[in-house]
Ligand binder design. Sequence first.
Ligand SMILES: NC(=O)c1ccc[n+]([C@@H]2O[C@H](COP(=O)([O-])OP(=O)(O)OC[C@H]3O[C@@H](n4cnc5c(N)ncnc54)[C@H](OP(=O)(O)O)[C@@H]3O)[C@@H](O)[C@H]2O)c1
Length: 266
Amino acid sequence: MNFKNKVVVITGASSGIGEAAAEQFAKKGANIVLVARRKEKLEQVEKKLSKYSTKILVQVCDVSDKEQVKQMSEKVIEIFSKIDVLVNNAGFVIYGKVEELSIEDIESQMQTNYFGMINCTKYFLPYFLKQNSGHMVNVASVGGSFGVPGIASYCATKFAMLGFSEGLHHELHETNVGVTVVSPIMVRTSLFDHPSFKNFTKFATGISLTSETVAKAIIKASDSSRLEIVVPSFVRIGIWFKQTFPFLINPIIGNRFRKQLDKRDS
Ligand SMILES: NC(=O)c1ccc[n+]([C@@H]2O[C@H](COP(=O)([O-])OP(=O)(O)OC[C@H]3O[C@@H](n4cnc5c(N)ncnc54)[C@H](OP(=O)(O)O)[C@@H]3O)[C@@H](O)[C@H]2O)c1
């Protein structure tokens, strides 16, 4: 797709994957709306992107708050009169066993990761449909296909995102509007800076990705007819095995991640 003069709204653009995606879209000539709660961080990203001759709009907005999302969406349309790509990327995770997490810990993850995506989708979808063009990219996780001990409530938000996106994908079949989920494995970002990860060994084993790798997948997703892009793609084989032979794969996943929880407790 030619992104010149396209309007790309990215939530969670103040760091990590969102920031990297903003830079790659800007490099391709798109106008970017940077959405997150921390104004100073958004302004730093805006400054970094000023070398690309595109329009950058900073919108301080908590995506879990319907009213703030409504105002943000109205501002985007007032300024640009359209939206071409919406990247629902804002999210966070709290680490710990379900017995340790409060109901509020579980609710807040759903409120941002799932309902944040719902709020943005609901306020922008009428414009996509009116234009009969554009694409929504929802950043889920491989944790949207595996229930992992220690992040059960986070996984639930991503399972929900995947299920919602699949239904919406079918509903949009007759239109020129698309929705694609990007599901990465572990990415080296500040997601794991949450205090609950204090005794967690970050990126120690297995594969971890850079934000730029995921940003490239987001660019690809924004012009794709596929429902889900898994990053890296070979992990899809693992998902297939898990769905086909859960009795073989689930004990392996359980053991591997329970060990990490136990290590934290020792
Ligand atoms: N890192 C990984 O291993 C990994 C793997 C798979 C999927 N993901 C997903 O990738 C997405 C981006 O995460 P990341 O790894 O790039 O982490 P990150 O660097 O911590 O970025 C998270 C972003 O979300 C924003 N955010 C959080 N709550 C928000 C809210 N209520 N309203 C608006 N913005 C909010 C944060 O900005 P403010 O604090 O300024 O609001 C920040 O810009 C998340 O959805 C995460 O679940 C990450």
